[in-house]
Write a protein that binds this ligand. Sequence first.
Ligand SMILES: [Zn+2]
Length: 76
Amino acid sequence: MPIYEYICTRCACGFEELRSVSHMNAATCPECQGEGMRQLSVFASFSQDGMGESRAVAGGGGCCGGGGGCACSMSV
Ligand SMILES: [Zn+2]
């Protein structure tokens, strides 16, 4: 199951939970049991898009972000 990130709508803390896709919009804050609002994260987009995004994620620290605009993308 993918990990989803949530922001609590009551205390505004952030937390992560393993959720099945059918339950990804529902999460309970571990701090105050408030309602968690799902956030889009790098990990979430990575797992949803599959291996096609792995190069972009791995090269995110380069000066061009792995987009191929400079030599840093060649060394990844
Ligand atoms: Zn909370």
